[in-house]
Design a protein around this ligand. Sequence first.
Ligand SMILES: Nc1nc2c(ncn2[C@@H]2O[C@H](COP(=O)(O)OP(=O)(O)O)[C@@H](O)[C@H]2O)c(=O)[nH]1
Ligand SMILES: [Mg+2]
Length: 290
Amino acid sequence: MNNENKSNINWYPGHMAKAIKEIAEKLKLVDLVVVLLDARCPKASFNPLLKELLQQKRCLYLLTKKDKADNQQTIKWLKYYNQNQIRALAIDARELKNTKLIVKEATILMAEKRKKDLMRGLKPRPIKTMIVGTPNVGKSTLINALVGKKVTAVGDHPGITKVQQWIKINHDLELLDTPGVLWPKFDEEVVGYNLSIIGAINDNILPMQDIATYFVDYLQKYYPNALKMRYHLDLNHFSAIEIISALAQKQGYYLSNKELDLTRASLFLIQEYRMGYLGSLTLEQCEINE
Ligand SMILES: Nc1nc2c(ncn2[C@@H]2O[C@H](COP(=O)(O)OP(=O)(O)O)[C@@H](O)[C@H]2O)c(=O)[nH]1
Ligand SMILES: [Mg+2]
């Protein structure tokens, strides 16, 4: 990576500091934090700054977009979190049954505190919770599914702040209506690529052809059949640049000088992955001792 790109990496530190401060404020109000991570790259979608903030908090990790991830890998990731004493579930954020799951998990996580409250003569109160996560991870989608009607804008426009309000999900659970948006952070190149691939950072932060090259190399290693079905391209026989060139040709993407438009073909490939057209593929292989 050249220096110009490196200086881009800590883009909006101001946003980040503000977001962290806002989340820290909100955390004081809640009993439990629901941390959303993208099941396709749970490590990359976890901002390391959050770790400190969450130290004293009860947390439930939800790996979203499980429908887009490799199920075998998701099972391993859940095992990994459980081995690290973190309660974690994989979800499709669009599903209505998430309410039941979350209430159940929240009740388990709060059981001890509730017992103490009861012994002190305090009545059980609804569990106060909030959702945090990086842009595009599924925060608004999950809130909508929990609430059962559209109350938050779903889309790729994080950071629209509103007056803080609580939404009563049911008798047991109350939710802050605005999720905590956490700007992703990365020092490692690979993390940046993965965040780009899932759409957590803007497409113009890192060079698109570098992202696609990284992606194809990764597929070659872990999912060598991934491009066969859709494009009849065998990853065993072509390099990344050859694959991207072949896609540019197939799509008819040319520059004004008649050369292949590799940047456009790169974006095309990444968008195909984002839409799930390449199948359910995880971008970070979980390494756990079984
Ligand atoms: N396939 C799939 N799509 C999802 C899931 N969760 C969210 N999405 C989609 O991902 C995009 C971003 O979701 P959104 O809720 O706006 O993310 P936010 O930025 O965290 O609020 C939207 O197009 C959602 O429909 C999921 O679990 N599975
Ligand atoms: Mg949102």
